[in-house]
Unconditional design. Structure first.
Lengths: 349, 548
């Protein structure tokens, strides 16, 4: 896919602290890219740089090859949905949605038509004259989306668009949001700290940590082939134990488990094994690759359960049937068939 | 939005603010130091005179005593109204705060008519006990303190009530559940939590008292405080000495501000969690009666001076001599206020000068706040400091400083002869009003969600359209509140006026004073009632509109 939106080496410092360090990223036309990371990872700053609310210290932002880095936000034609929606409290729903249109020297009738069209897209037909303070949080979120899309922006930016909704509403709104974005077919960049949200909405997900872009890829890429130790532990659940690289992962006082090296490692190098609960299982009979341990905790999760197992190599989390073991049981942990391959990363200082 | 587009606006506004606020002070300091000869002679002369030291000491102890008295009245009153439920609580609670909306000179006037030598109360006592002489004279430090306590307890009352309303009731309950009795809860939990409110009230009372001019001027007699001392030196033509006195008063004000701020900084921060205010106590029948009666009694007592003012304004000239109550009442004083050009001039003057000053103060205060809240640099700090500075310094200081700065024609140095022209009083009012409009604008803009303006920008709105359609509607309530206070302050101003007025630009306050001097108490009272009514109207109209 040809790059529609390109970020090149974006750097931003607030005082002595670097908030983004050389973030480069691109999105194809109509693609939805999620910026995922913990709080303080710089994801919102990246979004604000793209929107034009912050000026980068270095780097460029290009849309269809046009450099917009120095352009004021009002000239970029990017729509944005804010975390707290930022609906204008002194205007009606219609006033909010039409705000971006009245500057385009449009005829009043056209404006009204476009407002109605956008409200219909957001599932809020007939809400024009309602006060924004009188509608629910979910409706406010949809008004914010309709307002951002009304002037037909080139790029849509969403800052944690669902974080203000309660969990029961969030899932439904997420599906509605995706439907609306797909219908318009707009290139979208959105910020979230929730993996589930990123995976459901994003065609691709960009993971950020401490201002650095760690990996960009499809949800499957990130889950199964994490490029960095941070991505491996941030995406999904994983245990980290020290190992020695030996063509596989040699556990302390234990067996050699098959694993992929995420970077080139010399034989005998000290490394860390990152292994997901799905990649481990309990053995019922002694095997050469079995690691003995005892169950310290069990977390019931419906048809499965997560077991924390203390072993000589370190603590591991194992997925199993709810009745596979009880707290205090002695167990044998082995690599599971079919789970994502455990990955070995160079030991961090 | 923190995107910094370097323009000339911020430096220009900073420069303008400095010219208005900082420059006159710098010139005053220079004159106190005998510029351009640069000598400490004037300072030494100040230090040699016992009268200067006693005025300085008087300013200090009067201010401290005012804080103590105002707290002694205001704090218990706040507890009564905020913590108890009784009939009429809402209305009385508002009425009790009334003295704060009145110009200081009007309060002084009302006190004079009620408790003064020939006021109703002393006449009544004289008649009751068949005394040959009035039983007391309302003068000296006692009289000043009485007026101060009456007009400034409101700061303690309002701040303490606000503090109590903000208090998290669960903290008091937590203390009680841990076995603390009511006294211990009050001492160890409530009081420390109220400390910010109390110290803010103390600071405001101290600064207001230090700057107070009307009460010491009218009641002081030979008892001088720094503000009256400065004006006396100025009127005596002792300009250099007046400059040294002005600088001294400014320094005392700044020292007071610094000390109280430091005390505030040393206090551990209270949590930002806003809980539910403690529930009001329902009183038993007898105590309910007592609280209601006390509430009404107190309110009547507090409103009595204003009722007196109204009554005296109806007394025609030379009709009231020795009687306990005025024998004739008519609207003649009001008629002459509007039919005689001589008497109408001060009203017109006050109105146009206060309006012009307020309009400029809104423009400059909002402009500075808008520019400063959108950047994080030295210009922003400078603008905020300059806007707030007139609040920290007594009005007399600024009046004298403006008189010093704008009585010389040196355009290359930014100095013009404005003293004696119609421009100087509005300029003086403007400087005094800046903190009111500016701080309100700062507060309003800081409370505004910055994302609103960003949202408008992302929707393609230009800077002008964002300002007009988004920012102004959002901060209008704050600006309206600041503007109404600024207009009230300018309309009722006495302290700046007495230093800078000319006969042609004399405002209402000066006319009240001259009416008093020639024993036209009815006319003085009518002006007072008019000023009170205008103030209340401005307060209601702007305050109401702002709150919509």
């Amino acid at each position: 896919m040809a790059d529609f939106l390109r970020l090149e080496g974006l750097e931003k410092r607030f005082g002595p602290a670097a908030v983004t360090r050389g973030v480069s990223l691109s999105a194809g036309r109509g693609e939805i890219v999620a910026l995922l990371g913990p709080s303080g990872s710089g994801k919102t700053t990246v979004l604000r740089l793209v929107a034009g609310f912050e000026t980068p210290d270095a780097g460029r932002i290009l849309v269809e090859g046009e450099d917009v880095t120095a352009l004021a936000p009002e000239r970029r034609r990017f729509g944005m949905v804010f975390q707290h929606y930022a609906l204008f409290p002194h205007m009606t729903v219609g006033g909010n949605v039409g705000f971006g249109l009245s500057g385009q020297s449009a005829r009043a009738a056209d404006t009204r038509g476009r407002v109605a069209e956008m409200l219909a897209l957001a599932g809020l037909s007939g809400f024009e004259d309602r006060r924004v303070t009188e509608i629910s949080g979910g409706q406010q979120q949809r008004v914010a989306l309709a307002r951002a899309l009304a002037p037909s922006p080139r790029v849509l930016l969403l800052d944690e668009p669902l974080s203000n909704l309660d969990p029961t509403l969030r899932e439904h709104t997420r599906r509605e949001l995706k439907r609306a974005i797909r219908k318009v077919g707009i290139t979208t960049l959105f910020v979230t700290h929730e993996q589930e949200e990123a995976f459901e909405l994003g065609d691709r997900v960009a993971v950020l940590d401490r201002g650095r872009l760690e990996q960009v890829g499809t949800p499957e890429d990130l889950f199964e082939r994490p490029a960095t130790r941070f991505v491996a532990t941030f995406i999904g659940r994983a245990s980290v134990v020290p190992v020695v690289w030996d063509g596989g992962a040699r556990l302390t006082d234990g067996p050699l488990w098959p694993a992929e090296a995420a970077a080139s490692l010399a034989p005998g190098a000290a490394a860390d094994l990152v292994v997901r609960p799905e990649s481990l299982a309990f053995a019922t009979a002694p095997r050469p690759d079995a690691l003995p341990g005892s169950v310290t905790a069990r977390r019931f999760a419906g048809r499965v359960a997560y077991f924390r197992v203390a072993t000589a190599a370190g603590e591991l989390e194992v997925l199993g049937a709810p009745d596979a073991a009880r707290e205090g049981n002695r167990v044998l942990v082995v690599p599971a068939a079919g789970g994502p391959a455990p990955r070995v990363f160079p030991r961090e200082a | 939005m923190t995107t910094q587009r370097r323009g000339a606006a911020a430096p220009l506004v900073t420069l303008l603010l400095f010219w208005l606020v900082g420059y006159p002070l710098v010139l005053t300091l220079a004159e106190a130091l005998g510029a351009p000869r640069w000598t400490l002679d004037h300072v030494l002369e100040f230090a040699r005179r016992p009268a200067e030291w006693s005025a300085l000491w008087a300013s200090l102890w009067i201010s401290v005593a005012t804080v103590v008295l105002a707290a002694a009245i205001g704090v218990p009153l706040a507890f009564v109204f905020e913590r108890n439920e009784f009939p009429g609580r809402g209305l009385l609670g508002t009425l009790v705060a009334l003295p704060v909306a009145l110009p200081p000179l009007i309060g002084v006037l009302a006190f004079l008519f009620l408790y003064g030598e020939s006021g109703f109360v002393s006449r009544g006592v004289q008649a009751l006990f068949h005394l040959a002489e009035p039983p007391w004279r309302l003068s000296g430090p006692g009289a000043i303190l009485l007026v101060h306590a009456y007009s400034m307890y409101v700061y303690f009352y309002m701040f303490t009530r606000a503090g109590l309303a903000r208090l998290d009731g669960s903290l008091l309950e937590a203390a009680a559940s841990l076995g603390a009795g009511r006294a211990r809860v009050a001492r160890t939990v409530m009081l420390p939590l109220l400390a910010p409110a109390l110290s803010a009230a103390a600071l405001l009372t101290f600064m207001t008292s230090l700057a107070s001019f009307s009460a010491p001027y009218v009641f002081g007699g030979s008892f001088r405080v720094m503000t009256t001392q400065i004006v006396a030196s100025k009127l005596n033509g002792d300009t250099s000495l007046a400059m040294v006195e002005t600088v001294t008063l400014a320094l005392v004000g700044l020292a007071g501000l610094w000390l109280l701020r430091r005390a505030e900084g040393a206090r551990p921060a209270t949590g930002g969690v806003r809980g539910i205010a403690p529930r009001r106590r329902e009183l038993g029948a007898r105590r309910r009666w007592a609280a209601t009666a006390a509430g009404w009694g107190l309110t009547l007592f507090l409103l009595a001076p204003h009722a007196t003012l109204l009554l005296v304004s109806l007394v025609p000239r030379n009709t009231w001599t020795t009687e306990a109550l005025p024998p004739v009442l008519s609207l003649g004083n009001y008629r002459s206020l509007f039919s005689e050009a001589q008497r109408l001039t001060p009203i017109v003057n006050s109105l146009w000068m206060a309006s012009a000053a307020t309009a400029l103060a809104i423009l400059l205060g909002f402009g500075a706040a808008y520019l400063a809240t959108r950047r994080r640099d030295r210009w922003a700090t400078a603008m905020e400091g300059l806007v707030a500075a007139p609040w920290a310094l007594p009005g007399t200081v600024f009046a004298v400083a403006l008189a010093a700065a704008f009585s010389v024609n040196a355009p290359w140095a930014g100095r013009f002869v404005l003293v004696g022209t119609a421009a100087i009083l509005p300029l003086g009012y403007l400087v005094r009003s800046l903190p009111l409009t500016g701080r309100a604008a700062f507060a309003g803009l800081r409370q505004m969600d910055p994302a609103l303006e960003e949202a408008a920008a992302s929707l393609g709105a230009s800077r002008g359209r964002r300002l007009y359609r988004i920012v102004l509607p959002q901060v209008r309530p704050a600006i309206a509140a600041g503007a109404s206070l600024a207009f009230l302050a300018a309309l009722g101003d006495f302290v700046v006026s007495i230093v800078l007025y000319t006969y042609d630009t004399r405002p209402i306050s000066i006319e009240i004073l001259s009416s008093l001097r020639i024993q036209e108490i009815g006319a003085a009272a009518a002006y007072g009632v008019l000023l009170t009514t205008l103030s209340a109207a401005a307060f209601l109209v702007w305050g109401r509109r702002g709150s919509v």
